[in-house]
Every structure is written in C-alpha cells, then in structure tokens.
Write a protein that binds this ligand. Structure first.
Ligand SMILES: [Zn+2]
Ligand SMILES: [Zn+2]
Length: 325
C-alpha cells in the first residue's frame, strides 16, 4: 500500500475530452483546486469541538491522501475555514477503478435491478455512463470555522456538496432538470457510488462499503434469479450514530435513522424531530455538547418515498463554505 505524496494537477483535463457525457447531473463539480493544506494535515487551529470528528478524515483512508487543515483567508491571524483536502479516491472495491488498481473488482450491473428493485421499472440503462473511471483529483472543501444555520437556505448543486469521511464526494439526491436520478442508480458500482465524466467518484446514497469499513452495521444480501446469484450490501438501519462525513456548510452527516436512534448519553431520540433538511440537534459521540447534524434519508424518515437511502437534500441547512476553490 503506497501513499501518494504529490498531488496531480490537470491530469483529468485531457481525459475529459475523451470520455462521454453522463448527463446534466454530472456537470458542475469543481476539480483540481489549488492545494490549501500544502504542509499536509495541521489540526492546530481546528476548533476543539470539531477535533475528534475531523481527525477521522486523517485516519479512515490509509491509502489515499485526505488532509485536514485551516485557512486564514483574510490574513487577520484567525482561521476562517476548516479545510478537508482529498484526492477523492475510495479505499474500497469498485468496478470504476482501472484494472491496474488493486481495488478494481468486477461487478454485474444487473445486481442493481435487484438492489433497487423498488425503483427499477425495466427501462433504466444498466452500467457505466460514458466510460467514466475514478480519477485522482485535488478536491478542497472549505467549511466555515464556525458553522451556523442559514437564514436564507442555499440550494445544493449538482456537484460535490460534501466529503465522506474517506475523502470521497457526496452528491445530493437530485439530478439536474432533464435527467433522472432514478436512472443513475443503475450505474452505481458495488459500493453504491459512480464517477462523473471528470472522474469525480461520488455517493448519492448511503455509502455501504464505507459503512462496512467503519465497522457499521451492514447486511450481506444474496438473491438467486433464473440461476444467477447476486450479492450486495445493505444498510441494516442501525447506523444513526455513525459519522460518515460533512457537508460544505460544516455540519456532520450521520447514517440513516432506522427504527431507533440514541444520543451520546444513550437517551432515545424521537425521529419526528428530523427537519426538512433531514437533520436535527443532539449530542453525538464526536460532539458531546450537541450539534446540528444531517442523517442519510430513508424512505420512512424525511425520504423520497422510495426505498433508497439518499445522502441528503436539495438545500443546505447551514451557510455553505467553499467547495473546490
Ligand atoms: Zn452521479
Ligand atoms: Zn441524530
């Protein structure tokens, strides 16, 4: 396992011209931003209440770079942003890794017709969109040093809206007008992610392999249809206290609220407290004083009515920082 020590700039530019278009949803991602964490990880200016959570970015992905640092944008001596900088490569299997990568693993896209059978209507196209593959990028997420609720909410873009704790992009549950997210489900790999045409690998839905790798609760499903056996992972619905990442507004994302959720003291949390942004406030293992946090949406709670666990919503709860720049 080799740690890559230098970021690559501009490497995807040429490949952008070579691969096909995967739909309007894929248009907006900022890629290959200027590095901010030039000295690697530096947690010295990270606010104390964020330290435990943000350290997880530096320990989860042991193979590909994920740095955490801060930026003093206006030069007044105080940090303005908490920064997560990543090459956006998942440390788990994917059919979208080049075959030369040891994480490359074959996948039968037919599996998705069973995994997402509640939304499969027989018309969706299965498999890779335009030959897109996972690329090594430089993505920089700048979260406000003091995250706050927004008075006027901002729409999330059809691009990277946050980073999973392994440094991989979160996209929202929506496709741009003219595209259907329920089509894109059927291009997902075995870990419920896929790359867009600039090679930005991303999760629109619950990242089941990451949850497995974080020692969360997943179920291995096996189904045999017409003599062919399909295998996939599903969220068991017990990962409400599992930190899986942050959105660019600085608020953390936890796993889906299943039949029950407990706060950091073991007290039961009433799921009806989940708001229109699919979040609420209480204490968690990482934020003992309490914090607003998102949960992955389920069909039952704050969801779309479909049995798919979407990452989150059309709007940020907080004031977003800067993604990519
Ligand atoms: Zn997508
Ligand atoms: Zn909660």
């Amino acid at each position: 396992m080799k740690k890559i020590n230098t970021f690559m700039y501009g490497v995807v530019l040429s490949s952008m011209l070579l691969v096909g278009c995967a739909g309007p949803e894929e248009l907006g991602a900022a890629t290959n931003a200027a590095s901010v964490c030039t000295g690697g990880t530096d947690l010295s200016e990270i606010p104390a209440n964020y330290l435990t959570a943000l350290e997880k970015y530096t320990t989860t992905n042991s193979e590909y770079i994920v740095y955490v640092c801060t930026e003093d944008t206006n030069g007044d001596g105080d940090a303005d942003y908490m920064v997560v900088e990543t090459t956006n490569q998942p440390e788990h299997e994917s059919v979208y890794f080049d075959e030369s990568n040891h994480h490359h693993e074959a996948f039968d896209y037919e599996t998705n017709t069973h995994k997402y059978d509640a939304v499969y209507d027989g018309t969706q196209r299965l498999g890779s969109a335009g030959g897109n593959m996972i690329e090594e990028l430089v993505l920089v997420m700048k979260m406000p040093i003091t995250p706050v609720a927004a008075t006027n909410k901002t729409d999330t873009p059809y691009a990277t809206i946050g980073l999973a704790i392994n440094g991989v992009s979160f996209f929202n549950e929506n496709a741009a007008p003219g595209d259907e997210i329920t089509e894109e489900l059927f291009t997902f790999d075995q870990c419920s992610g896929h790359p867009q045409q600039q090679g930005v690998y991303h999760y629109h839905v619950d990242p089941v392999c990451l949850i497995r790798d974080l020692a969360g609760d997943v179920t291995a499903v096996e189904k045999t249809v017409d003599g062919t056996t399909y295998n996939w992972l599903e969220d068991s619905g017990n990962n409400a206290s599992l930190l899986i990442g942050f959105l660019v507004d600085g608020f953390p994302v936890y796993g889906p609220v299943g039949s029950s959720e407990q706060d950091c003291t073991g007290a039961s949390i009433n799921a009806s407290t989940i708001d229109a942004y699919n979040g609420h406030s209480h204490c968690t293992a990482e934020f003992e004083d309490g914090i607003y946090h998102y949960h992955v949406k389920t069909a039952e709670i704050g969801g779309s009515g479909e049995s798919v666990f979407w990452i989150t919503n059309a709007q940020y709860y907080g004031v977003p920082g800067v993604m990519g720049g």
